[in-house]
Design a protein around this ligand. Structure first.
Ligand code: GLU
Length: 474
């Protein structure tokens, strides 16, 4: 085996890529990138009742949106069932596993008697040492692995440390059902081995599985990959993550207007840290990530932190890049499709010009849609309540003068020229600059907040600006 790191993300396609799954994928991806290795993708679709193609597509879409790329083609676990079966049968030949013909009624009786004694339900090993010739005629048995009866199984976990499992708690569990289908426990081991996985990074809800999987590795004489069981994400109140806490599919985060980079930064910081660094680019995360630095304690999901971090990423992102992401995300954002439909080259250029001002006031792309709406609005503009309040009373008179001052600009229509004209007008009339700028902003955008009003004038251009102001005068 080469030394190259090979990780894998192994989602069960029974729903969307939820936020916890995205973090597991991220840690696998970061670790692979950090070590110059690979991350493979395995779709654990053995549960035919619950697995759907739509869920697989949603998971691939979610990973792609986040930029969590995998190497090679995704592997379908279900399609590998013949291989899982062959390995189980090989274990029988090696004397490490055996056919069990216990009937459902017998198994139920075993569970009953364990329950009566207050013990966990365990298989009693009744077929472990019986001769195969005793098999009932025509019956297809299940294959059970011979688990060690005493001592301990010790998992050396890079996050959880040394975790000990008394072997008396591990019974001879089934690896191949009597219908010929592998159990999940067995399929995972065979796949991880065949895919050359060197590092398993997954949720700590799989920690007890690690002990059972170790039994299978030992029986096969295969080397166990390095294990890292990462703590699950909890809500801000410490309770198990629910929908209200943010246990949503990643596409919900796309629709809420978060940038992939910001979401990844946030998820990486859930349970992992690098000094005091809060804001990290993807390059930083790859350079700094180490699985051994992940905390054992449960991580708490906090929407407010995610939002603040998203704002920071938006502000520090280059405008052309942010514009690209914004445009690509429009179809998923509330109010986005309407903007997308009207986005010609002129408007794209306006948007790019307005972006420095807009992104100062937005923490998400949804807020950016809202801020940019004035560029796309049709005259006469819809005026919101706060803006309407700024347009009442003397404002109309003030606007009339401002309109004349702007109209008189003879040179190029720039923010600086507009500012000079408005300042002069305010000074001449003994008005405060705000007394002119506020109604002007309301008339130009229909809102009480916007990027700097002179920038708005510049971005909208002479004709449209003058027309919008005129609309509010008469
Ligand atoms: N398919 C399992 C899950 O979605 C992951 C199993 C594993 O990583 O070993 O939880």
């Amino acid at each position: 085996m080469s030394d190259k790191v090979v990780t894998r993300f192994a989602p069960s396609p029974t729903g969307f890529l939820h936020i916890g799954g995205a973090r597991t994928a991220l840690f696998n991806w970061l670790y692979a990138k950090h070590s110059g290795g690979k991350m493979l993708l395995r779709i654990e679709d053995t549960d035919r009742e619950r697995s759907t193609d739509a869920a697989t597509a949603a998971i691939l879409d979610g990973l792609s949106w986040l930029g969590l790329t995998w190497d090679g083609e995704p592997v379908s676990q279900f399609e590998r069932a013949p291989r899982h079966r062959a390995v189980a049968e090989e274990l029988v030949r090696l004397g490490k596993a055996y056919y069990c013909y216990a009937t459902p009624a017998e198994l139920e009786a075993m569970r009953e008697s364990a329950r009566a004694k207050g013990l966990p339900p365990r298989y009693d090993g009744r077929w472990r040492d019986r001769d195969p010739s005793e098999a009932p005629v025509g019956a297809r048995g299940a294959i059970r692995i011979k688990a060690p009866a005493d001592g301990e199984t010790v998992v050396h976990d890079r996050v959880q440390g040394e975790v000990r499992f008394p072997n008396k708690d591990l019974d001879d569990f089934i690896i191949l059902r009597s219908d010929g289908n592998p159990t999940y426990m067995h399929a995972v081991v065979v796949d991880d081995h065949d895919m050359g996985i060197t590092h398993i990074i997954r949720g700590d809800d799989h920690l007890t599985n690690a002990a059972r999987q170790m039994v299978i590795y030992r029986a096969l004489g295969w080397e166990m990959p390095s294990m890292a069981h990462i703590p699950l994400i909890h809500g801000a109140d410490g309770a198990k993550l629910s929908k209200r806490h943010g246990a949503l599919g990643v596409e919900a985060y796309r629709a809420m207007g978060y940038l992939p980079e910001a979401l990844l930064n946030y998820l990486a910081r859930l349970g992992w840290s690098h000094g005091d660094d809060e804001v990290m680019s993807i390059t930083d995360m790859i350079a700094w990530f180490d699985i051994g630095d992940v905390n054992k304690g449960a991580a708490r999901f906090d929407f407010a932190k995610l939002e603040a971090l998203n704002g920071v990423h938006m502000r520090r992102m280059n405008d052309a890049e942010l514009l690209d992401i914004f445009i690509n995300t429009l179809p998923y954002l509330e109010g986005g499709p309407a903007i997308a439909a009207r986005l010609d080259d002129t408007r794209k250029a306006q948007l790019l010009a307005a972006l420095p001002g807009l992104k100062e006031r937005a923490k998400t792309l949804v807020e950016l849609v809202d801020g940019a709406a004035f560029l796309f609005a049709e005259r006469p503009l819809p005026i919101d309540e706060k803006a309407a309040a700024l347009l009442g009373g003397e404002a109309r008179e003030i606007l009339r003068g401002a309109h004349a001052a702007l109209k008189a600009i003879s040179g190029d229509w720039t923010a600086a020229a507009a500012e000079a004209a408005i300042r002069q007008y305010a000074l001449a009339g003994g008005l405060k600059l705000g007394a002119v700028a506020q109604p002007l902003r309301a008339a130009l955008t229909g809102k009480s907040t916007s990027p700097g009003v002179f920038d708005v004038l510049a971005v909208l251009g002479r004709e449209e600006s003058l027309a919008r102001v005129a609309d509010q005068i008469d």
